[in-house]
Design a protein around this ligand. Structure first.
Ligand code: 13P
Length: 276
């Protein structure tokens, strides 16, 4: 039993343009009318269940508009944002620009940003800290590579990434403590590979995250912070992952692209949230 609730977030990465986004939400609406369990509305209302879709920038406006047609709330998040509010940063998007669109959620530190686009522990912290200060809710990702896991370095890597993410106590760490920061454990070896972490592996990593928060940050923040699991989550394996006491939801790539599988994940979220 805890008060954290369940979050089912779909990271669309570089998929689903505006037209596909519109189609996704209208199909989701139709399917949800049939398949969404009755108790879900109460769970959404009391904050025990949250749904989130993270489309590419170009589809954000369409998603914000289309999500309003649903009978349940779906938060829309951006996949990244720069730490500065404006300026000469060609190709970047700031929190200020996203807020103007009506967004209040952003993802930071995804391993694909770290692997392919030069994000480091330091730039992930700058993005996360700036967005939290601007009042966003942030889902910050961490996770070890296959080589790091095989070398027995999982705890060390997660601890390094977490330490990098949190500012020193003097520099305004309080924005990190009010429940707006969600952490996502995404082992790199499980992303897009069909190799999911076992529930035991996920629970063990989530415990490392919560222990870090409790020892290095704040005990009550540790109890409040949602920690999501990501990496080849599907409607088939989601129940066993959500059954882990320290897994507070899922961050899903491939299986969130189609309304039928995203809805199946949400339905699993309803059952898990009802049991917490
Ligand atoms: P997959 O679910 O496609 O493995 O992607 C996970 C992920 O990276 C979500 O952010």
């Amino acid at each position: 039993m805890n008060s954290r609730g369940i979050l089912i977030a779909g990271n669309w990465k570089m998929n689903n343009g505006p037209a596909a986004t519109g189609k996704f939400f209208s199909e989701l609406k139709e399917r949800a009318a049939q398949a969404m369990p009755g108790e879900s509305l109460e769970l959404f209302r009391n904050g025990k269940l949250k749904a989130c879709i993270i489309p590419p920038y170009l589809s954000l406006s369409r998603a914000l508009e289309a999500a309003k047609m649903l009978s349940f709330p779906v938060e829309i998040a951006a996949q990244n944002a720069h730490w500065e509010k404006s300026g000469a940063f060609t190709g970047e998007v700031s929190g200020q620009l996203l807020a103007e669109l009506g967004l209040s959620w952003v993802l930071t530190g995804h391993s694909e940003r770290r692997q392919f686009f030069g994000d480091t522990d330091e730039t992930v912290r700058k993005r996360t800290e700036s967005l939290l200060t601007q009042n966003f809710k942030v889902i910050a990702c961490i996770g070890e590579t296959r080589a790091e896991r095989e070398a027995g370095q999982t705890e060390q890597v997660l601890t390094r990434q977490l330490r990098g993410l949190f500012p020193s106590a003097e520099s305004g760490a309080s924005v990190y403590l009010d429940g707006r920061l969600v952490l996502a454990y995404e082992p790199v070896w499980a992303i897009g590979t069909g190799l999911t972490a076992t529930p035991e592996q996920a629970e063990e990593a989530h415990r490392i995250v919560r222990r870090f928060l409790s020892e290095q940050v704040d005990t009550s923040a540790a109890e409040k912070a949602q920690v999501l699991y990501g990496g080849s989550v599907t409607p088939e394996n989601v129940n066993s992952l959500l059954a882990c006491p320290n897994v507070d939801g899922a961050l899903v790539g491939g299986a969130s692209l189609k309304p039928e599988s995203y809805l199946a994940l949400l339905v699993a979220g309803v059952h898990a949230a009802a049991g917490r």
